[in-house]
Write a protein that binds this ligand. Sequence first.
Ligand SMILES: *Cc1c(COP(=O)(O)O)cnc(C)c1O
Length: 838
Amino acid sequence: MSPFKDLTDSTPNERLFKLDPLGMDADSIGRDFQHYYAHTLGRDRDCRSAYYPYKALAVSLRDRLMERWKLTRHAHDQANCKRTYYLSLEFLMGRSLSNALLNLGITDEARQALYDMGLMYEEIESAEMDAGLGNGGLGRLAACFLDSCATLQLPVKGYGLRYDFGMFRQLIENGRQLEEPDHWLRDGNPWELERPEYTQRIPFGGHTETHQDDQGRMVQRWVNTHDVLAVPYDIPIPGYQNDTINTLRLWSATATDVFDLGEFNAGSYPESVAAKNDAEHITMVLYPNDASENGKELRLRQQYFLACASIKDVIREWQRLHGEDFSAFADKNCFQLNDTHPAVSVPELMRQLMDLHHMQWDEAWAIASRTMAYTNHTLLPEALERWPVRLFQQLLPRVLEIIYEINARFLSEVASRWPGDMDRQRRMSLIEEGDDPQVRMAFLAIVGSFSVNGVAALHSELLKQGLFRDWFELWPEKFNNKTNGVTPRRWLAMCNPGLRELLDETIGNHWVNDLSQLEKIAPETEDADFRARWDQIKTDNKRRLAEMVGSTCRIEFPVEFMFDVQVKRIHEYKRQLLNILHVIHLYNRIKHGDGHIGAPRCVLIGGKAAPGYEIAKLIIKLANNVAKVVNADRQVTEQLRMAFIPDYRVSVMEILAPGTDLSEQISTAGKEASGTGNMKFMMNGAVTIGTLDGANIEIRERVGDENFFLFGLTAEEVEHTRAHYDPNGIIAHDDALREVMALLECGHFNQFEPGIFDSIIHGIRNPHDPWLTAADFDSYRQAQQQAAEAYMDRPRWLRMSILNSAHSGHFSSDRTIAQYNDEIWKLTPIAPTHPGKR
Ligand SMILES: *Cc1c(COP(=O)(O)O)cnc(C)c1O
């Protein structure tokens, strides 16, 4: 039912698609802006809202993205290239406007156009809501990776879910976290393009039955399913000034048009409409748990919905280009699984190849097991996903049959490798036996993948020695490391324009997509003029940070103070508590008349706690109560101030990273897989105080021991300490910690709220405290003292700051993605045609 007349003469089509390239100068942008503002959005001079200018500019840019987007798609089709699909339940994208301007290379032109119309760019930029479709590091990594893939011109497509409600908004009331829904789509999303023509049908429930096909073979059918529709929304992902626009495709759930006729005819019209509602609930909300399991049925529905829709979409594209010939499918397609969240893709690809495309098991397995690659993101046992077999049976009976078959074949491989080792078979089974048997999703991902990677050197080693030891013994060749990275476009060029300018002037502008070039600024540490400019830029960025803290927390941060920042999800293993104990220690010193705590400091903590994580929420309350006592005391505020910044998110980090002096990366060693906040701070010239955990180890290797404040037990020491850990003995023998505990225990920070912090106090004193807070306190305090002394030596501190930026090149996600590509994906970069050259 095409609207196009089927003419042998193709003139009408030619005319429809022949467009002049859009101008990239200030005048052209300004004209489009006026048109959208006045005609499309219908606003005039009476409108005071910054939202409509934002929208008019966004749509003007979208047009320019759109013309390049099509050319990128055509270039990929023409090249018949191999492609990778990044499957993730989370994409923490943040704002898109400034990123689009930077990557299109028209930041100055757009600013000029707005200026000519009397508009302030900064106001317009802040009218955009963050796209908060992720919890923290894992989701932000996916966003940085998409930016790097487009910049490296790799044919990579992201697949995720279009949640109606992203990460909750955090309010702080009386020091406690309150959650508010994040209805980020309320005013529309100018960056997305709905693609109803690529809608997919996703089965749930029903049962399976055996039947005979036309060739007399017995095959399984999944019948009586309750289907839900998956509608894709595409978001353009621009590469850095290279005309490449890749795609992030997000699925939204909607009911099938055909209501349940049984219910309908039985007169249950409301019930059948309610069923429509059920279907749409699948993509209603992001689960707000970071690094812990979401054992809810709706979460499994989300996972299958993503896997099924994305694989169907990839196979549809394959058929468009290759018909029913799947012989080269594994050579041309790769799925990268972002943690186990999309691991159901392994049996789902098998199901589609067998049940929908008539393959036999061996043929389908040869494809699936050469196509999937799995990234592990955590060693924390509470984050290891397991789903009850009964839930699978109910929701995805056909998928469960395939998991059982994969497991049976796999266990016979284990049996032939280790004959008679029943314990090993039990340990490695994809099904954990028990009263309520469970499917082990990490094991399913490993069996079905040709590559398994951790996200920092230490983490990848610990995986091989611990959690996946048996698997490493069986398939050592599958295991590899890909140390995380962050995109230098957003996390340096975009968020730190002052530093960008200095870098451009000093070493040219090629560092933006070749971050190793930052090494060239290392010799400048000896140049006093360069150091003075560095100092000035940092001070300006600190002023911007202080303005944000002033307006949101009503606390004044003087720019001469050392800005000491810890922002990340609130979790016991990240040890915000250790940081708070140190603030109490400094407070105690000042109250005892210590007129010089080394350097005056502003301590900033921020982050969201999972709504059901009571201890984490209590840590937020403690941070706020300590801040209140500190800031209310005139004797103390001369040397120490503290704030808790509410609603930490990507756009807040864009202000924090450039304005930070000291970056807190203080997790219990062996617990933080990589960390990426540490990398954003380093790039922007913050010095790290940290443990030998995750990527901190690699950061310290690059920047040098003398430019990093190290403290705490190593991962190995942590494991050895557990058996004889005696926090009460440690507290008794450490004057500083004993006094801190005494202040906490006498209720000094909860005068009118007796007992509220008891569980925190007991946690610190518990010999089974998994996070060993007391064990690391003394060495943390000493490292903090050294940091304060270094800060007071201005030339020394500036050298350290400059060297942190200079040696941060390794932590560009461009380096990470180049390694994924060289060692796992093996894609060829494709350059599209320039829009002006057609
Ligand atoms: C980078 C980032 C994170 C990850 O921070 P870590 O310190 O590595 O846990 C979390 N949330 C946001 C908004 C980020 O930008």
